[in-house]
Ligand binder design. Sequence first.
Ligand code: OFO
Length: 168
Amino acid sequence: MLTPAMTDRLNKQIGLEQYSSNLYLQMSAWCDHQGYTGSAAFLREHAGEELQHMHKLFDYVCETGALAVLGALNAPPPGYKSLGDVFEVTYKHEISITAGINQLVASALAEQDFGTFQFLQWYVSEQHEEERLFKSILDKISVIGLEGKGIYFLDKEIRKLAGQTTVS
Ligand code: OFO
């Protein structure tokens, strides 16, 4: 059984995962509009993964007998300065999600809610993968660059990353 405070925190995280999905779906629209079809495919696929993260939390809250509540979401930014800007934002966003998960884990421990603590371990590992994935894209950007044909090859490389992370 979840405390009301823990239910509230988990519901907030449900909203953050749903926002992540909207953020990446909107980024995929921008990339497609600019002709970066590889990045668009990768981000669209990643938006789907974020929805799975949201559903996993939603199911957990429901399974404990608490009420899952979907709150209002902010609109994600519709435009970006460059493809590099898109992936700077994704990396910073994932770092902020990691901080939120860490706070959830700390409050589960403080409440001695070991069931939630155990459940959240999946998100701890997942955030390690998320940060690694988006950092690897920033590394590709700094090696290949965004000038001339570089952006064409970069976009092809990013397409190859679609489907490389898994949700179980
Ligand atoms: Fe749900 O991991 Fe990214 O945000």
